[in-house]
Design a binder for this molecule. Structure first.
Ligand code: G6P
Length: 615
């Protein structure tokens, strides 16, 4: 993954890059570095650790001067996180310097070639190979930096977003992308380069997003020069006006982004259905669906591909779509789908779900599905992301930026969009009655208010967190629409508290997990008052007779589970298929508070990253 930032212009580059890296830390945070050109030489500082460690190192070592610079926050792929493997990397001559997000797959072969030609390497990274390849090409052919980068990239297999500069031409940065995102902020006499727009939002609202296989020569003296890496074709830059603001990407008084994002859910869900859910008129309007209605209605099946939390949203959608639309749905991990030669053709509709819109496995799954003739629909949060561009059509979740690595509002807004899609298709297909359709619209519109009500259980979840924070294992059980919620609850806890947790369909408990239950095992059970209620109550009894501790999420007014469970968190009554939007909230809060009490880094849990642009 990794986050990259570059600056060229009239300001001091250091604060721009440092703050930019802090905003991009969600992409990786095991090491960081910045290279600045101060008019005489390149000043480089890099370190294992976070951007805050880099800041400290800079303040002890270097006067951060210069209005040209590049910086990097790393999520290690090749080579362990240490000072040497951190970016930026120099070429052997010391003239060229690079930052890179991605993986050069054929780096070993290229490295051996370069070693034969006398190059030496101090790090274990693929990136140091790339910068020396560029240098080699530049020297042997007397090429300008842009041309040398282009020739080098044509020899490279893999994925990259890079920024490179040459001390011999310090008014230019060359950037390029393939498979990893890269945005160029266009200011007055200045340019910014970054993995997303957040590092430059306070300076400019104008951005150019590079497409795959494009490179940019960003110079202070010439107009922005964008060309295709393969055939050198010029591309006229499409400057977009950004709609996000700074406030949206700051913590707004909350201790952590994760908590802020949990509490943003009522608003985010409303933003997701705004303009689409027209209760008064009794309709759902979604351009991406209307324009391709025949594709959906003629589909033999729907295949959902996604990773992580988005995959859990896909599982919820499987239940919802099959229930409402009566079309078979399969949900696949994108990483499995892409490598298993799936049986798929033009009668299939593929829905790809991704918060970031950049997940490498999901992107590859989309490409494969398209090759096989399927129609691919994207559900993404990040506007203009690679997945949103790669898909045939799509619907944004409009959740606003999600910064906390553990996904929360992305999950509920993805379920909201997918519910809207299911309802719209059911209406078109006639698999839902008019009365039921209207009832669902009305109820969906009320969900934000009900989420607000659930959020009031925060104090209670905090008390429960205090009791169980020191356990080593947790079990999560749910059935039907709430089985995926159990998986998501377990994932949230694992991700941020490092407590081992498993999610299971409640009735499967007897086929294995029941062996784990004793007086030390807390079990979060979603026991809302729907179809399977009595059966889940029996599961709770089975747990109690083995002395397990029950944290139950129940429907308001429940008395039966209250009588047995150790702790009960109530959610308001709603239509069963909408209940995941409510039941998931207390589980998010529970994992958040356990992690905080354990003093874990909630927003940046170890080894994880928000946007996984490597496979
Ligand atoms: C990473 C993140 C998860 C996310 C998953 C899929 O693992 O840490 O929070 O669910 O990627 O990401 P996507 O952006 O495709 O939804």
């Amino acid at each position: 993954m990794c986050g990259i930032v570059g600056y060229i212009g009239h300001r001091d580059a250091y604060p721009v890059i440092l703050k930019g890296l802090q905003r991009l830390e969600y992409r990786g945070y095991d090491s960081a570095g910045i290279a600045l050109y101060d008019g005489l030489e390149i000043k480089l500082s890099k370190t294992k650790g976070k951007v805050a460690d880099l800041e400290l190192k800079f303040s002890q070592q270097i006067e951060p001067k210069g209005s040209l610079g590049i910086g990097h926050t790393r999520w290690a792929t090749h080579g362990i996180p240490n000072d040497t493997n951190s970016h930026p990397h120099f070429s052997n001559s010391g003239d060229l310097v690079i930052i890179h997000n991605g993986i050069i797959e054929n780096y070993e072969a290229l490295k051996q070639e370069l070693i034969k030609r006398g190059y030496h390497f101090s790090s274990d990274t693929d990136t140091e190979v790339l910068i020396n390849l560029i240098e080699d090409i530049q020297k042997n052919n007397g090429l300008k930096l842009g041309k040398a980068v282009q020739v080098a990239l044509n020899q490279v297999i893999g994925a990259y977003a890079i920024a490179v500069f040459d001390i011999k031409k310090p008014n230019e940065i060359v950037a390029a992308r393939l498979g990893s995102p890269l945005a160029i902020g266009v200011g007055e006499g200045e340019f910014f380069i970054a993995s997303d727009a957040s590092p430059f939002l306070e300076y400019t609202n104008n951005a150019v997003y590079l497409e795959d296989e494009e490179m940019a020569i960003i110079s202070l003296h010439n107009p922005l020069n964008i060309r295709k890496i393969k055939d050198d074709r010029l591309v006229s830059p499409y400057v977009q006006e950004l709609k996000i603001n700074l406030e949206q990407i700051e913590k707004g008084g909350y201790d952590h982004f994760m908590l802020k994002e949990i509490f943003e859910q009522p608003h985010a869900i409303k933003d997701t259905y705004r303009g689409r859910l027209l209760t008064d008129e009794g309709i759902i309007k979604m351009a991406g669906i209307e324009d391709h209605m025949a594709k959906f209605l003629n589909a033999n099946r729907i295949i959902i591909v996604a990773c992580g939390t988005s995959w859990h949203a896909g599982l919820v959608a499987e239940y919802i779509i099959e229930e409402l639309v009566r079309v078979p749905v399969e949900v696949e991990y994108a990483s499995e789908f892409r490598y298993r030669n799936p049986v798929i053709d033009n009668s299939d509709v593929v829905i790809a779900i991704s918060q970031s819109g950049e997940t490498a496995d999901t992107l590859a799954a989309i490409k494969l599905a398209k090759e096989k003739g399927a129609f691919v629909f994207g559900v993404c949060n990040v506007v203009g992301s690679s997945i949103s561009r790669e898909t045939d059509a799509g619907a944004y979740t409009h959740a606003g930026p999600e910064i906390g690595v553990a996904s929360t509002k992305a999950f509920t807004t993805q379920i909201t969009v997918l519910t809207l899609i299911a309802l719209r298709l059911a209406k078109a297909k006639g698999t839902i009655s008019n009365t039921d359709f209207r009832a669902h619209l009305v109820e969906l519109e009320m969900i934000p208010k009900k989420v607000e009500e659930v959020l009031k259980s925060e104090t209670l979840t905090k008390e429960i967190a205090a009791i169980y924070k020191d356990v080593s294992n947790f079990l999560y059980l749910g059935r039907g629409f709430n089985f995926p919620v159990a998986l998501e609850g377990a994932l949230k806890l694992k991700e941020i508290s490092y407590i081992h947790a498993e999610g299971y369909p409640a009735a499967e408990m007897k086929h294995g997990p029941i062996a784990l239950i004793d007086e030390n095992m807390p079990i979060a059970v979603i026991a809302t008052k729907y179809g399977h209620y009595e059966k889940v109550v029996s599961n709770i009894q089975e747990i109690k007779s083995r002395k397990g501790k029950i944290i139950a999420v129940v429907t308001k007014g429940d008395t039966q589970v209250k009588g047995i469970a150790d702790h009960v968190i109530e959610i308001p009554e709603t239509i069963e298929l909408l209940s995941p939007l409510l039941t998931t909230i207390p589980l998010q809060l529970l994992s958040y508070h356990i992690a905080v009490m354990l003093d874990k880094n909630v927003d940046q849990p170890r080894n994880l990253a928000k946007s996984v642009t490597v496979e």
